[in-house]
Design a protein around this ligand. Structure first.
Ligand code: SF4
Ligand code: SF4
Length: 224
């Protein structure tokens, strides 16, 4: 909730100014649609609902579960796009470097590579981050109309707020679930935030969706 308050307090014009100064233009290389570049595309509830109507096989519980209980069940705050399982880890919808569902692509894909969230750097100093992989892809310093910068800034803030809202709701649901079912906390297997589920045996994952926890059996990131 504190992060949400910080987000609300971030001036829209300042973010629009960063976008303008950056002048990013996508080179349409399709690299951000692979796990080689992006660990996973996190989906908001709205995205999950829409993508399930297009192809229900395209979503799976997101990696990086937040909790594990005493019986080994994992708990994660949402879903992610499935990869095709090729060497690059291409998104399920990537074909010839193009998105097959471009007009229905998830919110996270719409604002990429921009973001507005506080993250630690290599030294652990937490500060605002605005762009993913800055300078390593696409083209920069193109003129972008101010109105377009403002519109993108609004979309970014809306997206980041939705991610935080979903995370807060997930925490409330998990807290209720643990207390109602007298579930004990277990230890996590790894502290790596990008951790995948084990691939040598299936595990039970409770994935948050629209105020409930859906039960899935997952092996190495793939839903079975
Ligand atoms: S949904 Fe489309 S834009 Fe998003 S990662 Fe997949 S291919 Fe890329
Ligand atoms: S956003 Fe960047 S990585 Fe993604 S397609 Fe455009 S240039 Fe490539």
């Amino acid at each position: 909730m504190q992060e949400q308050n910080r987000l609300f307090g971030f001036p829209m014009e300042r973010l629009a100014g960063i976008i303008k100064e950056c002048g990013f233009r996508c080179g349409c290389c399709g690299q951000c649609c692979t796990r080689r570049v992006n660990g996973h595309v996190f989906l908001l509830d709205h995205d999950v609902g829409l993508i399930r109507t297009i192809d229900p096989r395209a979503v799976e519980p997101a990696p990086g579960p937040e909790f594990r209980d005493g019986s080994g069940t994992f708990y994660v705050s949402g879903f992610a796009l499935r990869s095709k399982g090729d060497a690059a880890g291409s998104c399920w919808f990537l074909e010839d470097s193009r998105c097959r569902i471009y007009n229905h692509r998830p919110y996270g894909c719409r604002i990429y590579p921009f973001m507005l969230r506080r993250k630690p750097d290599a030294l652990g100093n937490v500060d605002w981050r605005y762009i993913a992989d800055g300078g390593e892809h696409g083209e920069y310093h193109h003129p972008i109309p101010w109105e377009a910068c403002l519109e993108l800034a609004r979309d970014i803030k809306m997206y980041e707020n939705a991610v935080l809202t979903q995370e807060i709701s997930f925490l409330e649901v998990v807290e209720n679930h643990f207390s109602q079912h007298r579930v004990q906390h277990g230890t996590m297997l790894s502290h790596d935030p990008g951790r995948q589920f084990p691939d040598d045996h299936p595990v039970t994952v409770m994935a948050y969706y629209e105020g409930t926890l859906e039960k899935h059996h997952v092996r190495g990131g793939y839903d079975h």
